[in-house]
Ligand binder design. Structure first.
Ligand SMILES: *Cc1c(COP(=O)(O)O)cnc(C)c1O
Length: 394
């Protein structure tokens, strides 16, 4: 054997006695076969086997299996983002002439996808009141093939009556998909409530460090998994084992991070509700949050994201007060170690249920900083926002 050959053939090494606690990052495009017969028979390896790097390596299979176990499902597929988790479900289920129902508080890019991508291709969508519950039955006509739920909803945090929606959908033979990003499978397991597709933006809490983009779809039915995999194969969509490895690492601390963030977010939500600068606190654990009773019945625990509606304040004052924050960072895509605040504009996004508030709203994502440092930062924000009211009194 010459050096050029020796350079590309890796020697086998002794792995006996080697055991580690980490999952190896298997990078691969080509998968090689021990003989010609197994290459000819590769089709029969199925979606669980290994045929091409795009369709997964043992690194991918490990995260898939771990999420499947957490969700109490049958299989999980990984996709490049949380947004892709939603769109891949829609693309795998819906044909031209058919229709999906989405809630009014849905993650905004999902609504855009329905309007800008699906609609021109003959796939219709309808928007419903997130608190519709069993009333969804009236909207399910022969064209509807999928009902989408997101609970609590993005930004405005409405908690949906998922069991009632699932019951109405099942009665009409319609599939249900759920964006479970806020709760994660540690707080809510959609499949246990009859949901067909449990979707997560792993980008958020599972990743946990603001450094990866990844999504997952977990199902309890092999047929649905096949449809998803056929769609992904056709589109040529796969994910990097490096992202998967980061998600596997994040998953190890998810329970502790979530428990801490949930405790702090509930505590802060109650304290914020007492501030004269705050009109309403939209935290699922508080009765002021629409759908709070469903949170209490179906979840009972919190993660770290919630929103507040402020009393009306001059925009310049709000900008000034937000820019003065020292511990919170201003930004979206929550779930990491850093606490975030993001100004919202829900009034422009609603088409079914008009937004009832006048003042500005803010989304707060609790991270892992010291609780007192965080509260001092929020307190300074509240005091700054109370200024005009105080001035008026004086
Ligand atoms: C962030 C988010 C998504 C999208 O996740 P990406 O990985 O950023 O695409 C979807 N749904 C919800 C509820 C989210 O918060």
């Amino acid at each position: 054997m010459h050096d050029a050959t020796r350079s590309v053939h890796h020697p086998a090494v002794n792995e006996e006695g080697y055991a580690s606690l980490t999952v190896p990052t298997h990078r691969a495009s080509t998968i090689v076969y021990p003989d010609a017969a197994s290459f000819f028979a590769r089709k029969h390896r199925g979606f669980d086997g290994y045929t091409y790097g795009l369709h997964g390596t043992p690194t991918h299979r490990t995260l898939e299996a771990q999420l499947t176990a957490l969700h109490g499902g049958v299989r999980t597929v990984l996709v490049p983002s949380g947004q892709a988790a939603v769109t891949i479900v829609l693309l795998s289920v819906l044909l031209p002439g058919e229709k999906v129902l989405i809630p009014d508080q849905v993650y905004q890019p999902v609504r855009s996808f329905c309007e800008e991508y699906l609609k021109p291709r003959g796939i219709d969508y309808g928007v419903y009141d997130p608190l519709i519950g069993a009333g969804i039955a009236d909207l399910i006509d022969d064209k509807v093939k999928l009902v989408w739920v997101e609970s609590p909803g993005s930004n405005t945090m409405e908690v949906q009556d998922i069991p009632a929606i699932v019951k109405a959908a099942k009665a009409k033979g319609v599939l249900v998909g759920c964006d479970n990003t806020w709760a994660t499978p540690l707080i809510f397991k959609p499949l246990a409530h009859g949901v067909d597709f449990a979707c997560e933006a792993l980008t958020k809490y599972v990743g946990g460090h603001s450094d990866l983009l990844l999504g997952s779809i977990t199902v309890a039915d092999l047929g649905l998994r096949e449809q998803l995999k056929v769609t992904l194969r056709g589109l040529g969509v796969g994910v990097s084992p490096d992202e998967v490895q980061l998600a596997l690492r994040g998953l190890e601390t998810l329970a502790l991070r979530l428990a801490h963030m949930g405790k702090v977010s509930e505590d802060f939500a109650r304290r914020l509700a007492r501030s004269p600068a705050v009109e309403s606190v939209l935290h699922p654990a508080l009765p002021s949050c629409p759908g709070h009773e469903f949170w209490k019945r179906d979840m009972g625990r919190s993660s770290g994201v919630f929103s507040i509606v402020l009393r009306p304040v001059p925009h310049a004052l709000l900008e000034q007060a937000l820019s003065a924050l020292r511990v919170f960072a201003i930004g979206a895509s929550w779930g990491g170690t850093r606490s975030l605040i993001a100004p919202l504009a829900p009034e422009g996004e609603r088409t079914v249920v008009p937004w009832p508030h006048q003042g500005p709203s803010l989304r707060i994502s609790i991270g892992l900083e010291d609780q007192e440092d965080l509260w001092n930062d929020l307190d300074a924000l509240l005091i700054a926002l109370e200024q005009p009211a105080a001035a008026k009194v004086a």
